[in-house]
Design a protein around this ligand. Structure first.
Ligand SMILES: [Zn+2]
Length: 591
């Protein structure tokens, strides 16, 4: 006879290399009695917000060492209660912090390996730098990567490391037209788990062209059917499709017990009395499918207990997201003023009583790994000063009466030099203004300022060859998109190196770029030759032809995306010996 199956699922998503805790400012009302049940306190707080002063303390939230402590507790409890424990990551561990800028997937794999994850699914940011970093990642992790709508069947045999060779990868199965799923034993019963990622991956990330993504919804339907046909009636989908897509999928596909999701950074549950935006209740149920998501940046951990009857139906569901906070409560952002008097005690009691807050020590082993192995280099980057800016450098997207961005064309120039240095015979560089994220103040500039603030997205730089007649179209399209009310925003405005032109903004669309010239190493500035093939460099993002850059898609098919990020290029630009003196003069940087 079959019996009920009881499991506990812990889950995280969109951790984005936030190994260390984040300092978060809460906004709470402690004047209500802390002895009340917190739900009453919360109601009271909303009803009487005007009457009470709000307290806005800073707390240290989350981080991998706290996630580990809490997951261990939950696992231990589950063991005692005879529940099978599963720990899932719903994708997007790459990008986010200097830990990623410095260590790419390596630090993520080592730290995630500490968690004893049951499985992870592939997020879009895992593919920002192409397939190669994912190929190394899957060889370093000790858990399965579920990417059930990623078709690896045509993966090029010439690749040094093939993702499809890794046994812990669960891709799309072409013959069956469904995801490869994993089976997890819970007592005598089996649970099937499969993963899906955004199928429009090409639009938002950089998967290699030999490994396309197939339709997520159809794959889900086919996969559930085949799982059921194999005799398994308990199905978990680990999804990086986004919250709305998870809700829609649950409605459209029968037979999924639980969707553990990511991508939208949705923190389900009520955190309003802490001043934290949250959405929906935890474990939203659509068409008998429970849907969970646990915020972002390793700040919170979600967990739920699920009981299945023998037909696979969920008969009990109970869980929540928890904000994992540290011992200290401070009243300044630097977390140095931790006065333990009056107000402190109120805040402390309030947080301790909150059902969605858990005070949590850091796991020593995980903490040691971060502190000893990775933190010193992050710290060095923060302290490593590339120079002192004599005056501020202003970044603006579309030039205004004060002029153009003083940074963006230098960033484009840095791509040019970095690619030439690596043997690409580059003629020009084009970079979109939105790729640069801030102005720079006068004073010291650290490497961390460049990799963490100025160019924080680890987007790779690519090279492409294109006939001269298309180059004006790239600029026109990018400018048009930036200034047109129907465009996607000013971030597309182009900044260039070795291309010279005037922009007449009030000229008709398609005719705003005048007197376009290109720099020739021997002959100097020359009119662009419409027939000639030129080599350009841009971010892989612009090379997708998005946001007005569609003319770039006329490039020939010998384009290459490298492993150099924007920040890598710019850091090399300010520090490489042959360039340093000239670059520093351009920036007004003194060392
Ligand atoms: Zn995502």
């Amino acid at each position: 006879m079959q019996k009920a199956t009881r499991i506990r699922v812990a889950h995280i998503n969109d951790t984005h290399s936030y190994f260390e805790p984040t300092t978060v400012q809460l906004s709470l009302n402690t004047n209500s009695s802390t002895n009340n049940a917190v739900t009453d306190v919360a109601k009271d707080a909303t009803n009487n917000a005007a009457k009470h002063a709000t307290v806005s303390p800073y707390v240290s939230v989350g981080g991998f060492a706290r996630i580990q402590t809490r997951a261990k507790q939950l696992r231990h409890q589950a063991d005692q209660q005879g529940r099978e424990f599963l720990f899932l990551h719903a994708g997007d561990c790459f990008q986010g912090t200097l830990y990623f800028s410095l260590f790419k997937g390596e630090a993520n794999s080592r730290l995630l390996n500490q968690f004893g994850l049951t499985a992870m699914t592939l997020g879009n940011h895992e593919l920002d730098m192409g397939n190669a970093p994912v190929a190394s990642f899957v060889n370093q992790i000790n858990f399965p990567l579920l990417c059930g709508n990623w078709d690896l069947s045509q993966e090029s045999a010439s690749k040094a490391v093939k993702i499809s060779d890794a046994e812990n990868v669960y891709p799309f199965q072409v013959q069956q037209q469904c995801a490869k799923w994993m089976q997890h034993q819970a007592g005598d019963e089996c649970i099937a788990i499969f993963g899906l990622s955004i199928d429009k991956m090409v639009d938002i990330a950089n998967p290699d062209i030999d490994t396309p993504f197939v339709n997520a919804l159809q794959t889900a339907k086919n996969t559930v059917q085949q799982i059921q046909a194999s005799g398994i009636n308990k199905v978990i989908l680990l999804s990086h499709l986004g919250y709305e897509a998870d809700l829609a999928l649950a409605k459209a596909v029968d037979g999924i017990s639980l969707i553990v999701g990511g991508h939208s950074h949705v923190l389900q549950g009520d955190f309003s009395d802490l001043g934290i935006a949250s959405k929906d209740t935890y474990g939203r149920c659509v068409n008998d499918t429970y849907i969970v998501q646990a915020g972002m940046h390793a700040q919170s951990l979600g967990h739920c207990d699920i009981d299945f009857d023998e037909s696979g139906k969920v008969v009990a569901f109970n869980g929540r997201n928890e904000l994992l906070i540290g011992r200290r409560v401070c009243f300044d952002a630097t977390m140095s003023n931790c006065d333990c008097e009056g107000e402190y005690q109120d805040v402390f009691d309030y947080l301790t009583a909150h059902p969605n807050v858990v005070r949590c020590k850091k796991d020593e082993q995980v903490n040691r790994l971060i502190t000893n192995t990775y933190k010193p280099e992050v710290f060095a980057l923060q302290r490593s000063i590339v120079g002192h800016l004599q005056s501020p450098l202003r970044h603006i997207r579309v030039p205004d009466e004060k002029g153009a961005s003083e940074i963006c064309s230098l960033v484009a120039e840095s791509f040019y030099h970095a690619m030439r240095y690596r043997g690409h015979d580059i003629d020009f560089a084009i970079h979109n203004a939105g790729g640069v994220r801030c102005s720079l103040n006068a004073g010291p500039v650290s490497k961390a300022d460049i990799a963490g603030r100025l160019l924080p997205f680890a987007v790779p730089i690519g090279v492409y060859s294109i006939q001269g007649c298309y180059i004006k179209g790239i600029l026109e399209g990018a400018i048009d998109n930036a200034i047109d009310a129907n465009g996607t925003g000013s971030g597309s405005y182009p900044y260039c190196y070795q291309l010279d032109y005037q922009v007449v903004l009030d000229a008709p669309k398609g005719d705003r770029v005048k007197n376009l010239r290109i720099y020739d190493d021997i002959r100097g500035w020359m009119p662009l030759n419409e027939q000639q093939i030129y080599w350009g460099t841009s971010s892989a993002y612009s090379m997708k032809g998005k946001e007005g850059y569609s003319a770039i898609l006329n490039c020939r098919d010998d384009w290459v995306v490298t492993e150099m990020s924007m920040a890598d290029c710019f850091l090399e630009f300010v520090s490489r010996d042959e360039l340093r003196i000239e670059t520093q003069a351009k920036l007004g940087l003194i060392t």
